[in-house]
Design a protein around this ligand. Structure first.
Ligand SMILES: O=C(O)COP(=O)(O)O
Ligand SMILES: [Mg+2]
Length: 234
């Protein structure tokens, strides 16, 4: 077990006996909805549909890019069983998002301190997002966070994504850590469900995207207002 020698204060109880921390990305580390909503609205404009804006799009985030696009089309009353139309809209969204995934996106307060503190304590970190893998590296490098993660998995890296536990179990096995020695940190019920199904401990932040519902309803093992609470004296 690590002895967490460089923490400035007491170790947060969620980290006791933890040998790997898995972080969600959107809504946990980064407030990405402004860029996601912009790309959705550009896609909608191309499809001859009205923009939805950040407040609407925020509640659609959490199950990957294709479901995000389906929800945006459904908000306009369009059936999502028209696969060709969904595919075209998805490709349009991906192209718009790829053109600018970060200029309106911000790191949440406490994130950098948390990642740096955990790294200094020698705890390996992994990133497990439902967003397509292609966007992970551009975003992490934009915020100079790439070096913190031993492994990063996207929603299309494996056959299944959160709330399925497969990416969490894959990461634990890759790092040689038992599920009960791992902590899943996220903002959505899909993170908590995946963490629980994988046998990880779970910790939630309340400020992200959870389809408009309080994350406390998912009964995470821990809830913190800021990730800084993991590494500073409380
Ligand atoms: O892309 C999404 O739907 C959500 O991504 P996340 O898993 O990083 O929150
Ligand atoms: Mg999230």
């Amino acid at each position: 077990m690590h002895d967490h020698p460089t923490f400035t204060g007491p170790v947060h109880p969620s980290l006791r006996a933890i040998e790997m921390v898995a972080f969600d990305l959107d809504g946990t580390l980064i407030d990405s909805v402004p860029d996601l909503a912009h790309a959705i609205d550009c896609m909608l404009e191309q499809e001859g549909l009205a923009a939805l804006g950040e407040a609407r799009v925020r509640d659609f985030v959490g199950n990957g890019s294709r479901v995000l696009v389906e929800r945006a089309l459904a908000a306009h009353g369009l059936a999502t069983d028209n696969l060709a139309r969904v595919e075209q809209a998805h490709q349009s969204f991906l192209a718009h998002y790829a053109a600018d995934p970060s200029s309106r996106t911000r790191l949440y307060p406490g994130v950098r301190e948390c990642l740096e503190g955990l790294r200094q304590a020698g705890i390996p970190l992994v990133l497990i997002t439902n967003k397509p893998e292609a966007f992970i590296e551009p975003l992490l490098s934009h915020f100079a966070l790439s070096e913190h993660f031993a492994l990063a998995l996207g929603g299309d890296s494996l056959p299944t994504r959160k709330p399925d536990p497969a990416p969490l179990l894959f990461a634990a096995e890759r790092l040689g850590v038992l599920p009960r020695q791992a902590l899943m940190v996220g903002d959505s019920r899909h993170d908590i469900a995946a963490g629980r199904a994988a046998g990880f401990r779970t910790l939630a932040v309340p400020y992200g995207y959870n389809h408009g519902e309080p994350i406390s309803r998912s009964h995470p093992d821990y809830l913190v207002d800021s990730l800084a609470e993991l590494v500073v004296a409380g």
